[in-house]
Design a protein around this ligand. Structure first.
Ligand code: UD1
Length: 345
């Protein structure tokens, strides 16, 4: 039996990962501080799982939690856009200092296997093609363009319209928000650590995760939780921009299965897109949820957030080829179930 430590194992994704690891026959411990940005109530874990209620930045606690552990699945992080620049130190502290302390403690404890919860936000704007210039990387969108309803990024050379394509794992990272910057730093730290210690690291670049037990609407929630909370409160989901922005919504059960599969990677640093492989626009997703819930129709507001990217859609082939991971739940089915599934307090 393998003993796995799941950091953030009492959170939304961590809870599903913990359950999937138990079902796969692993022995599981959880390290979770119950961060107030993520938890309204003290964290809990399933029977048979040892909970270390501690902050990852506490090296002694991290060392204790790693005793007898064979591998770490690192989910603990602050996600989302947050409530402004005031959150910056807490994002960097939890996500990057926390990861650094974890890696140091892993070296000390001789643990050389890590699955890191990364994110598609590392790519920034996804992959775009210009008819004249081929593959291009659009600059961050200007507030003036967004305010005028020009939501599609243009070619950085000739400003012509672009065609959005699938991002693969070779796409250079280009973080566009604080959260994205902390996820890139986590990957770089894990990659450097792996080279020094001869470890095996899988970085799972989650696309937009949704599913039962998702937290309610907070500044740290993703769009699926925000729309779902609005419907529950009898309000119409507020769709930003023109609703044509594209994402890949992947069910949390599939994400948990990907984590279990990723424990088997060989030495080295291996990034994988974890996605459904079936892109959806935010407008379509809002419509699907509203229909399934039987709530008010979504309202397309034209509002925008500067930290948002327009399209980011994954090529899921590498995870399929190397991990044998394919999402089993389509967004159409999963979002229908999610529309009526319970959210977390
Ligand atoms: C999201 C998560 C990020 C996670 C990533 C991959 C947040 C804030 N972002 O990034 O943590 O790593 O997925 O899983 O949690 N929108 C609306 N109405 C709203 C809120 C958002 O239309 O009320 C739109 C946004 O403008 C954006 C899209 O929905 O275009 C997605 O928003 P969101 O889920 O917040 O951020 P992502 O960048 O997709």
């Amino acid at each position: 039996m393998t003993h796995i430590l799941v950091t953030g194992g009492a959170g939304f994704i961590g809870t599903h990962v913990t359950t999937a690891l138990l079902a796969a026959g692993h022995d599981v411990s959880v390290l979770d501080c119950g961060h107030p940005y993520a938890h309204a109530e003290p964290p809990g874990v399933p029977d048979g799982v040892r909970l270390h209620r501690a902050d990852l930045r506490d090296r002694t606690a991290a060392g204790e939690a790693l005793r007898g552990v064979d591998a770490v699945v690192h989910q603990a992080a602050l996600v989302g856009l947050g409530s402004g620049p005031g959150d910056l130190p807490e994002y960097v502290g939890c996500n990057d200092l926390g990861t650094a302390v974890l890696l140091a403690a892993m070296s000390e404890a001789g643990v050389r296997r890590l699955v890191l919860a990364s994110s598609m936000v590392v790519y920034g704007e996804g992959r775009y093609l210009c008819a004249r210039h081929g593959p291009v990387r659009p600059a961050p969108r200007e507030p003036g363009d967004l305010a005028a309803g020009r939501f599609e990024p243009g070619c950085p050379h000739c400003a012509s319209p672009l065609t959005a394509g699938l991002v693969d794992e070779e796409t250079p990272v280009d973080p566009r928000s604080v959260y994205a910057a902390t996820k890139v730093a986590q990957e770089h730290l894990a990659s450097a650590w792996q080279r020094e210690s001869g470890a095996a690291v899988a970085a799972l670049r989650y696309h937009n995760v949704y599913g039962p037990g998702m937290p309610r609407d907070t500044p740290y929630s993703g769009v699926a939780a925000i729309f779902r909370s609005a419907l529950e409160a009898g309000r119409a989901p507020q769709v930003f921009e023109d609703g044509g922005q594209t994402r890949d919504f992947v069910h949390v059960g599939d994400v948990a299965a990907a984590n279990v599969a990723a424990l088997g990677v060989g030495r080295g640093f291996h990034p994988y897109n974890i996605a459904s492989g079936r892109p959806t626009t935010v407008g379509e997703m809002a419509g699907l949820l509203a229909d399934a819930f039987g709530g008010p129709r979504p309202r397309v507001t034209g509002r925008f957030r500067l930290g948002d990217v327009r399209h980011v859609v994954a090529a899921p082939d590498r995870a399929a080829a190397e991990l044998g991971f394919r999402a089993g739940i389509s967004p159409a089915d999963g979002l229908r179930e999610f529309a009526c599934a319970p959210l977390r307090a």
